[in-house]
Design a protein around this ligand. Structure first.
Ligand code: PMP
Length: 404
């Protein structure tokens, strides 16, 4: 035996294991509704037209190179990304009280946030996550030694937001607790608070002196409109003007940069006081872990965000993606209604973003996989982007068979 021979094996990541089973499945009718990645009308990965154009510009640039970026990342990217989430007219940006750092996509931003909280936040070390939430949230925070807890979110009986339970949990958490908020297109439920509910949530967080952390992984992907999808974040920044606000931003879905790992961490401070020191500490995390962030994708995203013609194309691309997904929601709901499948399926249309929390049980999900080669997460979460005109009626028939 060698020194590592007693290391215990842990279960494979459930979603990546699902993908493995899907790939190995030889049935031709198989459908992948697992991992949240956009697919076009033919079920293929989609390179956004705005991204294709941006890549051309980069290659045409005579200064093109693969030099290291600064520790904080590509400066034009950092500035442009802050503006996208906080808004062109952001007072916080104007008053220079935002510290921003390029990160390894949304997960990297969450990790930097987690390390920052662990090392410097003295009020609490407990991170409240929605019940349910993106599974990786637990690991990202726990892996740096923070504690996690959950707040009520999804009401299984009504397939709607348990706003009462949510507000109660904000109320009963120790003052100064950390609250992770999905800024739009909640993963896994696809269910977001209404604007009135957001104000109730934000005011309760303010009253209790909690520390808000917005996870923004789907801006523009939910409604097709960047401003609309940043509403909760921007309202939060206005309303919670006495506390720092942490924002973890991903460009994986909305620019389709999944594998390029492009994101940002933004810390909005109540004032610019001590900004230089905070920046230096955040940079130290990056330096010790990845030295400096990836350059190529950051340059692409910067072009998309800042070259007016590409920006316009991107905003169109967001509409293309969100509308195609919306149409598939309607198609699936309508097909289930036409089949008289037991149950009410309106929630599929009411939810938004990449996912639908179908309400299918673990056993039904299992049956869909073994009998029909339809793959979705055991929680009943379906990545709606995997649906298209070729497979939606097959999926509806399969669900119909599984629930009867
Ligand atoms: N937060 C949420 C809620 C997500 O759904 C995701 C992607 N599944 C992420 C963060 C991070 O994704 P990435 O690291 O690929 O940007």
């Amino acid at each position: 035996p060698h020194v590592f021979s007693t290391i215990p094996e842990i279960p494979a990541d459930a979603l990546f294991a699902l993908k493995g089973r899907y790939t190995a499945d030889t049935r031709s009718q198989k459908v992948d509704l697992g991992i949240g990645a956009y697919r076009d009308a033919n079920g293929k990965p989609w390179v956004l037209p705005s991204v294709r154009e941006a890549e051309k510009l980069i290659h045409e640039d005579p200064e093109y190179n693969h030099e290291y970026l600064a520790i904080s990342g590509f400066a034009p990217f950092i500035g442009a990304s802050a503006k996208v989430i906080l808004g062109d007219e952001s007072k916080a940006i104007e008053e220079q009280r935002v510290v921003s750092l390029q990160t390894l996509s949304g997960t990297g931003a969450l990790h930097i946030a987690a390390r920052f909280i662990k090392k410097f936040y003295t009020q609490s070390q407990t991170v409240y996550l929605s019940q349910p939430t993106w599974g990786n949230h637990f690991q990202v925070f726990e892996t740096v030694g923070l504690k996690t807890a959950t707040y009520k979110y999804w009401d299984d009986a009504t397939k709607s937001l348990d706003i009462k339970g949510y507000l109660q949990d904000i109320e009963s958490a120790e003052p100064g607790s950390i609250f992770v908020l999905h800024s739009c297109a909640h993963n896994p439920t696809g269910l977001d608070p209404t604007r009135e509910q957001w104000v109730q949530i934000l005011e309760a967080i303010k009253r209790k002196g909690h520390l808000p952390l917005f996870d923004s992984a789907y801006q523009g992907f939910a409604s097709g409109d960047l401003k609309n999808d940043a509403w909760a974040v921007q309202r939060g920044v206005e309303l919670l003007n006495e506390t720092p606000i942490l924002i973890c931003q991903s460009f994986a879905k909305n620019v389709g940069m999944y594998g390029e790992r492009i994101g940002a961490f933004h810390l909005v401070l109540p004032s610019a006081e001590n900004k230089k020191a905070i920046t230096s500490q955040l940079q130290a995390f990056t330096r010790s872990e990845i030295s400096n962030p990836p350059s190529y994708g950051a340059k692409i995203v910067t072009k998309v965000l800042t070259v007016p013609a590409l920006r316009a194309q991107w905003e169109q691309d967001l509409v293309t993606m969100s509308q195609r997904i919306y149409k598939q929601r309607v198609a699936l709901r309508d097909a289930l209604v036409a089949l008289k499948t037991p149950g009410n399926w309106d929630h599929i249309v009411q939810q938004q973003g990449m996912f639908s929390f179908t309400g299918l049980t673990k056993a039904q999900v299992q049956r869909l996989e073994t009998e029909h080669a339809v793959y979705l997460a055991s929680s009943g979460r379906a990545s709606v982007a995997g649906l298209n005109d070729h497979n939606v009626s097959y999926v509806a028939k399969s669900i119909d068979e599984a629930v009867r």
